[in-house]
Design a protein. Structure first.
Length: 303
């Protein structure tokens, strides 16, 4: 007898897929994209962490339903993914982890400890002692500006600062276009992992007050080790179609570094620095799952 179907673990999945200009539906049980000529492209929805839907896509209720049951995050984004309009919930979010995360964020001492751990993981050194979150944010900003300058010099790219207008994508210079496309990829993967682990993207520690504050917190830890170098490399090598080349570069880098295997353990490590004991999961917590097969009897049947 074949084993029961179950979702693929997040760490074993493909990081993300972008879809544009197509109708997304479920046909014969498969998640497909249909272009204007009627050609079908099958998407392995259950083996993808995040599917980013760009302008020109239409998605059916059946497709959203299948993605939710498979634990795959759907996000509706702008051109090149630089704006997030809405996102789904891949399932598995549980109140115990949400409350644990909120408790840490509301306690000043625990929150500072979490921020210091994020700083340590990001820069591979302990955060300066006796500094507030605002002071650490300022130190971090100065170091980030220096890192941008060093990468620009290394790749021979003209750099005048991180500056782009999400309302006018074409007005940005090439390197800022590359950086925006690269960070959008990282944010999508990070948000998929955060939701799959049962936490809230909006409850941040360094970043606050935004729908994806915690996404920015987690993504920033690995940003300069992953997607930022890819962005500068693409800006130095190509003259057009920056977002296309950035996505390919990020996809390959995610696969080579096995980033999805690292994000959820990193989240747990960061939150554990707050010094609070995480609660045990309730017995009734629901994970993403395919529907159970029908039994041989009704609800009152005894086995």
């Amino acid at each position: 007898m074949l084993p029961k179907l179950k979702p693929i673990a997040m760490k074993e999945r493909i990081s993300l897929i972008f879809i544009e200009k197509g109708n997304i539906d479920v046909i014969d049980g498969a998640f497909v994209v249909i272009d204007k000529t009627g050609v079908r492209t099958h998407i392995p929805v259950g083996s993808v962490a995040c599917i980013m839907l760009e302008p020109g896509t239409r998605v059916s209720h059946a497709a959203v339903n299948l993605a939710a049951r498979a634990g795959t995050l759907l996000t509706w984004v702008g051109e090149a993914g630089v704006r997030l309009y809405s996102c789904g919930q891949p399932g598995g979010a549980r109140s115990d982890r949400l409350l644990y995360q909120a408790k840490l964020a509301l306690d000043d001492t625990a929150r500072l400890a979490v921020v210091r751990k994020m700083y340590e993981l990001r820069f591979n050194e302990k955060a300066p002692a006796r500094r507030s979150i605002q002071q650490l944010r300022g130190i971090e900003g100065a170091r980030v500006r220096t890192l941008y300058q060093l990468l620009a010099k290394k790749h021979g790219v003209k750099w005048s600062g991180r500056n782009y207008n999400p309302e006018n994508w074409s007005a940005s210079d090439p390197v800022n276009k590359c950086l925006s496309a690269a960070t959008a990829c990282l944010y999508g993967v990070s948000e998929a992992a955060i939701l799959a682990a049962g936490y809230a993207p909006a409850i941040g520690f360094i970043h606050t007050g935004k729908p994806r504050s915690f996404v920015f917190d987690i993504a920033d830890i690995v940003k300069f080790d992953t997607v930022v170098p890819v962005a500068f490399k693409v800006a130095a090598r190509f003259d057009a179609h920056y977002e296309h080349h950035v996505r390919i570069g990020c996809r390959d880098m995610f696969r080579q570094t096995k980033l999805l295997k690292k994000i959820i353990p990193m989240i747990e490590e960061v939150l554990a620095a707050g010094g609070m004991e995480p609660p045990l999961p309730p017995e009734e917590s629901v994970q993403p799952a395919f529907p159970d097969p029908e039994g041989i009897g009704d609800a009152g049947h005894r086995t």
